[in-house]
Design a protein around this ligand. Structure first.
Ligand SMILES: NC(=O)c1ccc[n+]([C@@H]2O[C@H](COP(=O)([O-])OP(=O)(O)OC[C@H]3O[C@@H](n4cnc5c(N)ncnc54)[C@H](OP(=O)(O)O)[C@@H]3O)[C@@H](O)[C@H]2O)c1
Length: 294
């Protein structure tokens, strides 16, 4: 079981590494349940899902069938862009609750702040969605609100208006794509940064410098990437399908990258970016209903 923890701005303490359940291979529910069950057995207790991933149901089943008390898990889900708005968000939340069937979610995140550059209504829609989430906190359905893919200009309008502050911002972040501007903005505002695609979905693992660090510390390139993020105070949300990789991704607390290595990795030229950007390029993938969202 992972012992290393992070303290959030709302005082809650959560595991330092989370398990991601994005399902790019469109695996069937049984297979998803088996993967998540294995992650639970390996010791993961923080799980990240989204209405868009089609994995809320499988995650809920794996948690219920684990025999481990619900209170031992931290589960976050997200509202997708076509579910946003005051009433729509509330309805979307209860659909997610029904699919997962685990009593409550710990965190509810706005998945994506803006549809495209020519989306002029995004500020109002983000705020309405956020207000619906604040109501869910007040009513005891969630313990905290999170954001995802929010850059400083998206965060500004929420922070000016909100009554309950956001706990985290989940962003694409890995060696080669560190988004330093939003990272320091979050740090200044006591918002935890979570890294999605902390391994750049494998795209940065063959970088020669990362490979040489792995050799030096007798670790894998994936472990070097995760260790780098943890030393930067960023919480990786990592996905793996085999038991071996799940365990490997947790074994990152027995070595330390030195200051020079941290600086060199931190200054690497951009590499491994997904091509998705909150103001310009929204990801194309299947939603839980199996339809293409865009
Ligand atoms: N908020 C957002 O907009 C957003 C966007 C994308 C993702 N996410 C979240 O972040 C999670 C993680 O991101 P991600 O799935 O895109 O990318 P990732 O965790 O960076 O990479 C996953 C890929 O790396 C492989 N892998 C895992 N461990 C490995 C290891 N030790 N050595 C070599 N390869 C390894 C996996 O292969 P196998 O699966 O074959 O083992 C998979 O192909 C998602 O599952 C999701 O929960 C959020």
């Amino acid at each position: 079981m992972i012992k290393e923890k992070i303290k959030l701005t709302n005082g809650l303490v959560i595991p330092a590494i989370g398990f991601g359940t994005y399902n790019p291979d469109c695996r069937e529910e049984e297979e998803q349940v088996a993967i998540i069950r294995q992650a639970i057995e390996c010791g993961y207790r923080y799980f990240d899902t989204a209405s868009r991933y089609g994995t809320e149901r499988a995650l809920g089943r794996a948690i219920r069938e684990s025999g481990i008390d619900r209170s031992e898990f931290i589960v976050a889900t997200k509202v997708w862009i076509d579910e946003m708005g005051q009433e729509e968000t509330r309805n979307a939340f209860f659909r997610s609750m029904e699919r997962a069937d685990i009593g409550y979610f710990d965190y509810y995140l706005i998945h994506w702040p803006r549809r495209a550059e020519n989306d002029t209504d995004w500020k109002a829609r983000d705020l309405e969605t956020y207000r619906a989430m604040e109501q869910l906190v007040r009513q005891g359905y969630i313990s905290g609100i999170g954001l995802s893919n929010f850059l400083p200009h998206h965060l500004d309008s929420i922070l000016c208006e909100c009554e309950i502050r956001p706990v985290m911002d989940q962003l694409e972040m890995h060696p080669g794509y560190l988004q330093t501007t939003v990272n320091s903005y979050c740090r200044k505002n006591d918002i935890l940064v979570q890294a999605w695609s902390p391994l750049g979905r494998g795209r940065v693992l063959a970088h020669p410098y990362i490979m040489r660090r792995a050799e030096k510390y007798q670790k894998t390139p994936a472990q070097v990437c995760l260790r780098f993020l943890i030393q930067k105070g960023i919480m990786p949300i990592v996905k793996a399908s085999s038991r071996e990789r799940m365990l490997q991704n947790l074994e990152v607390f027995d070595f330390t990258l030195n200051d020079e290595e941290m600086s060199i990795i931190g200054c690497m030229p951009q590499t491994g970016w997904s091509g998705e950007h909150p103001d310009f390029a929204i990801p194309k993938a299947k939603s839980h209903s199996g339809e293409l969202s865009q």
